[in-house]
Design a protein around this ligand. Structure first.
Ligand code: F0G
Length: 481
């Protein structure tokens, strides 16, 4: 990608697209934000979208479509069975990853469900760089256990480590030596979500693949965040300097046995699917897809989305298209860092991650510091981030809390959606909150579901700290929204 320089020397990210469809945003007065937060039981998932100014909850299914995607959607071939749009997607997946088969699913967790149903049995262990919430829930549901193999440095928020998503190969060999008969597959997650959207390197993928092949065990890639991983490989990985994004993608495909993804992320659309080479698993997985997701030429997706993914995957091969997210995230991370706000470094993909352990060290983990910080950020600017910490963990079987190794608040950067001044606004309001962080206190459950409790659980503040934030806001901002 050719760089564009400013005459002034100013170093800011520049959008390589123009906006041609817009949605008006609404910033409520801070008193109304408090009321909406209370109605949502301090769980930002329960807010209504209309009450949010900047939705930085996720990049899932909310990335901006391109003109070419929209055109392809209008032209999609609608059929229960045999849609031409599906065959075009299958061909695109084959072209990019070299996989013979593509089994569509309604979204990423649909892929995880069928893969776990087929491959995981009670007593199994699944080694991986790091878990994702839905992945782990499906593996555990089938009686398996997740074993995470990141070196300790990867779990430190502040770091210079470029590829924090790398599996520790020594640990992987060790798990195989002790337990290889209990390992149905190894899972590697691109752009490792829960540690701050951090990539793995090509060399690490190669070594992981070698170990798996020596034990004849499939390597499964969760490619939901592959787009960011490809960007970092191209920018930072010495082994990728002479390769194009398309060539890197092909090498990645060659090293894996199964690739699944949420197309709500990869491909700027909605849906998901599993790509794999010819083999005995194909028929069995196809049966499960038909049973759980829908006929295997739509898999629970609308054909419009299928057509959008095909175009979106092709756009993923274009650095100018995939660089905006990581560049905006880098800008936000570095600007917050300059102001002393604790953030995850180096900047990853997916979003800017605030380190709640250092932002609100006064809040014990059983009062969910990252969730409390998320509620406070909503009050400060109508900005919705996502808690990625203890609240996102389910309890241990004995009912005790399973404390997360990191307490993060993710401010996601949906792709091609926000402008730089909106990012500046988020930086400004988070900075204000940092200066007033002593006001923030914890949360406690009033209604706690057993599985994936963060989605619909209800909480309340442990004191009147949310009212105190509103009062301070009025003192500092006058009648501003
Ligand atoms: N794997 C990864 C790495 C993910 O980030 C997600 C979703 C999934 C699987 C499941 O995919 O949502 O399509 O069923 N991540 C979303 C997020 C929810 O906000 O990070 P899905």
């Amino acid at each position: 990608m050719k760089e564009i320089r400013f005459f002034s020397g100013k170093d800011i990210p520049l959008e390589r697209h123009r906006v041609y469809l817009v949605r008006k945003l609404n910033l409520l007065p801070v008193e109304e934000r408090l009321q909406k937060l209370q109605e949502a039981k301090s769980n930002l998932y329960l807010l209504h979208n209309k009450d949010i100014f900047l939705d930085m909850l996720t990049d899932s299914g909310v990335n901006a479509l391109s003109d070419n995607q929209l055109a392809a959607m209008m032209n999609a071939d609608d059929a229960y069975a045999g849609s031409e749009s599906f065959y075009q997607l299958e061909a695109k997946v084959k072209e990019l990853f070299g996989m013979d088969h593509f089994l569509p699913a309604h979204q990423g967790r649909g892929c995880e469900k069928v893969l776990s149903d087929l491959l995981v049995k009670p007593g199994d262990i699944v080694p991986m760089n790091y878990h994702f919430t839905t992945t782990k829930s499906h593996i555990v549901r089938c009686g398996g256990e997740v074993v995470e193999l990141l070196p300790p440095e990867s779990l430190e928020c502040e770091s210079n480590l470029k590829f924090k998503g790398n599996i520790d190969i020594g640990m992987l060999k060790d798990v195989f030596e002790k337990n290889h008969e209990r390992i149905p597959f190894v899972r590697l997650e691109a752009g490792t979500n829960l540690i701050g959207g951090q990539p793995f390197s090509l060399d690490n993928l190669k070594k992981t693949s070698e170990v798996c092949r020596s034990y004849d065990t499939p390597l499964v890639l969760d490619a939901s965040l592959l787009q960011d991983n490809l960007y970092f490989m191209k920018i930072e990985d010495p082994d990728c300097q002479d390769l194009t994004i398309r060539e890197i993608t092909k090498v990645v495909g060659d090293l894996c046995d199964i690739i699944y993804f949420s197309a709500r992320k990869l491909g700027f659309a909605r849906g998901g699917g599993i790509a794999m080479r010819e083999g005995p698993l194909v028929v069995k997985l196809k049966e499960l897809i038909v049973l759980n997701e829908g006929f295997h030429t739509y898999g629970g997706m609308s054909v419009k989305d299928i057509a959008a993914i095909t175009v979106g995957l092709e756009e993923t091969m274009d650095m100018e298209m995939i660089s905006q997210g990581p560049l905006f995230i880098k800008y936000m991370v570095e600007e917050l860092d300059k102001r002393g706000v604790p953030v995850v470094t180096p900047p990853g993909g997916l979003g800017c991650h605030l380190d709640a352990m250092r932002f609100v060290p006064n809040i014990p983990q059983n009062q969910y510091p990252a969730a409390a910080l998320a509620a406070a950020v909503y009050l400060a600017g109508g900005i919705r981030g996502m808690e990625r910490g203890t609240l996102s963990e389910d309890r241990n079987l004995d009912g005790s809390e399973r404390f997360a190794s990191m307490e993060l608040l993710r401010c996601a950067m949906p792709r091609r959606v926000f402008t730089l001044s909106q990012v500046e606004f988020a930086i400004d309001r988070i900075h204000w909150l940092w200066e007033n962080r002593e006001l923030i206190e914890g949360l406690e459950f009033t209604l706690e579901p057993k599985i994936l409790r963060f989605f619909v659980g209800e909480l309340k503040p442990v004191s009147d700290w949310q009212e105190k934030i509103v009062k301070r806001f009025r003192q500092d901002f006058g009648d501003s929204l």
